[in-house]
Every structure is written in structure tokens, then in C-alpha cells.
Design a protein around this ligand. Structure first.
Ligand code: TUI
Length: 307
């Protein structure tokens, strides 16, 4: 299971956890790292000092390397970028934008930088800017997405860059893991399956919606605003999509989703909350520990790759 990704990350397995807003807090990140993957704290829209506290708490729960995901639409991103250096975080992943302006400060501090990209052009730009690896994230993923599928995106990114590629989007078991390696990836990012992990603080109502989900139960909101987000269908998405069809403006749509992810994750509101999840939700049938999830993915993946 040694690849350039395990070398860069200093992990046992080439598996990283998605930097999911509200979900990826220190308990989950530490559990994934303790199980041999790379756990991530998702800074999302949190104030920078909250992220610092999350990093410190994660250090209390694990001696293994873990990372921070910086969501670049966050108005506090500049401060979070500094905090990861001050706190000695080993790995940063970024999402929803271009992290070039932070690269020099991170590289100088020896932080490994792994931007999440949804296109070949962005992957090439990140390599030129000094990224250590990229996550090529297909539109099967939950949350904010690009428009290309994992199956099409990963081999094209692999051919376009020399740095190692981590595949993301639609990967939930050893078959997805093996398939990603066949496409040329040297690691995988898993999100949705970790949302339902035992150690995940996500409300049980949300976890059960994923466990119950079928293959066709996700939808994409926000295509009209330029911020497409994949989540499970519910009353909120039906209203959102109706408003989008009627040509509602950005502010009206924003009203519907303001605080809605917190509502789902913390309060368990599966009616009006945003249930971000990937298309692989239909495959996930049980709540398991991070250790069980990682061992299952690696065990099955290894057997398939040895065939
Ligand atoms: O970032 C994610 N997934 C996310 S972020 C998030 S919080 C949010 N909520 C509502 C609206 C917007 C964000 C929930 N899920 N994944 C990584 C990712 N990055 N997917 C796609 C991209 C991306 C998109 C455009 C990366 C770079 C990019 O470049 C644009 C540019 O600046 O040229």
C-alpha cells in the first residue's frame, strides 16, 4: 500500500478523509488518522480561532499526521492559512477555489499542499505553483462540485501532471479504491462513508438518511448560481430547485440555505437542512468505526488489485 501519497502524507494507507464542512471536526479527523488514513479538519466557514482550537484538540487525540482543509470561499481563509503554519499542521488540502496566493507561505513552512481540483487546467496550474499532489474530484462527490465525472477526470489529470493524484467522488469501498488505482490515482479521498462513521458527530437522523439512500437519491442545487452543491433530496432541495426554475435571484436562494448544513449536521433536521452526500450514498448500509471502514476498503481493494 506504499505509494507516493503515503510517502508525502506519512500515513499507512493512501486514504484521505474529505474536508467536509461541519462534519470534519477533530473527533472524526483523529479517528481516521488513528486508523492509518489521513484525517482532515474542515475549516469550512469557521472563524480562524475555532480552527486553531480544533487543531489543538485533534493533537490531543492522535500522534499521527492529520491535515486541515481550507474552503477558499471562507472570508477567514487568510487567517486560517496562517494558523495552519503556526500550529505546525503537516498537510493542507483546499477546495472551492485557487490557493496560489498561500502556496509560498505553506511551502516555506514545509506544509504539504494538496489542492482539490475539478479540471485538468486547475491541476496543471497547481503543479506549476508547487503543489505536492492534487485531489481530482469528480461530480459524484457530495457538497460543492465541478462538472466532470471521476471516471473521466482522474485519468486526464494523471496524464496532465507529474505529481501524484488522489481520486475523489463516488469512492466508498474497495472496488472504488481499486478502480481509482486502475485510472492511475495513487490514493483516494472518501467523504460520504465517513459521514456515517461511529466517530462522526453528525446527527443520527442525517446518518440514517445516508444509510437509507438509494442510488438516485441525490440532486444538485445551485447550478444557476455557479455554486453547484450535491445533497440528498428533501423538502429544502425541492423548494430550492423550484425557485431556481422560476429564476429566483441569488439572495432569495441564499435565504433557503443559510445555516442549513448546521441544521442537518447538529440538529438532525432532515427536512429543511442540507444533507450533503455523494452519489455513493446508496452503497453505504451500516454505521461502522473508521478503523472498520479503512480496513474494509484496503482489504477489498488490495485483493482486487492483486488479481
Ligand atoms: O470544496 C469542495 N466541496 C465543498 S466546499 C463546501 S462549502 C460550500 N457550500 C456551499 C457553496 C459553496 C461551498 C461544500 N463542499 N470540494 C472541492 C472542490 N473544489 N470541488 C470543486 C472545486 C473547485 C472549483 C473551482 C476547485 C477550484 C475551482 O477553481 C475555480 C477558480 O478559482 O478558478
Amino acid at each position: 500500500m506504499k505509494t507516493r501519497i503515503t510517502e508525502i502524507l506519512g500515513t499507512e494507507y493512501p486514504i484521505i478523509q474529505g474536508g467536509m464542512a461541519w462534519v470534519a471536526e477533530h473527533h472524526l479527523a483523529a479517528a481516521v488518522s488513528n486508523a492509518g488514513g489521513l484525517g482532515l479538519i474542515g475549516a469550512a466557514s469557521a472563524p480562524a480561532e475555532v480552527v486553531r482550537e480544533e487543531i489543538r484538540r485533534c493533537k490531543e487525540l492522535t500522534d499521527k499526521p492529520f491535515g486541515v482543509n481550507i474552503m477558499l470561499l471562507n472570508p477567514n481563509a487568510d487567517d486560517v492559512a496562517k494558523i495552519v503554519v503556526e500550529e505546525g499542521v503537516k498537510v493542507v488540502t483546499t477546495g472551492a477555489g485557487n490557493p496560489v496566493k498561500y502556496m509560498e507561505q505553506w511551502k516555506q513552512a514545509g506544509v504539504k499542499v494538496i489542492p482539490v481540483v475539478a479540471s485538468v487546467a486547475m491541476a496543471k496550474m497547481m503543479e506549476r505553483a508547487g503543489a505536492d499532489a492534487v485531489v481530482a474530484e469528480g461530480m459524484e462527490s457530495g457538497g460543492h462540485i465541478g462538472s466532470t465525472t471521476t471516471m473521466a477526470l482522474v485519468p486526464q489529470v494523471v496524464d496532465a501532471v507529474s505529481i501524484p493524484v488522489i481520486a475523489a467522488g463516488g469512492i466508498g469501498d474497495g472496488r472504488g479504491f481499486a478502480a481509482a488505482f486502475m485510472l492511475g490515482a495513487e490514493g483516494v479521498q472518501v467523504g460520504t462513508r465517513f459521514v456515517v462513521a461511529k466517530e462522526s458527530i453528525v446527527h443520527d437522523n442525517y446518518k440514517q438518511q445516508i444509510v437509507k439512500a438509494k442510488d438516485i437519491d441525490s440532486t444538485v442545487t445551485g447550478l444557476s448560481t455557479g455554486h453547484p452543491v450535491r445533497c440528498l433530496r428533501n423538502k429544502m432541495t425541492r423548494e430550492y430547485l423550484r425557485l431556481e426554475k422560476e429564476g429566483a435571484d441569488f439572495m432569495e436562494l441564499e435565504k433557503l440555505t443559510l445555516g442549513s448544513l448546521r441544521k442537518a449536521v447538529i440538529e438532525g433536521d432532515v427536512t429543511d437542512g442540507t444533507l450533503m452526500a455523494g452519489q455513493i450514498a446508496g452503497l453505504i448500509k451500516n454505521v461502522e468505526s473508521c478503523e472498520e471502514i479503512i480496513q474494509d476498503i484496503v482489504g477489498q481493494g488490495r485483493k482486487l488489485l492483486q488479481r
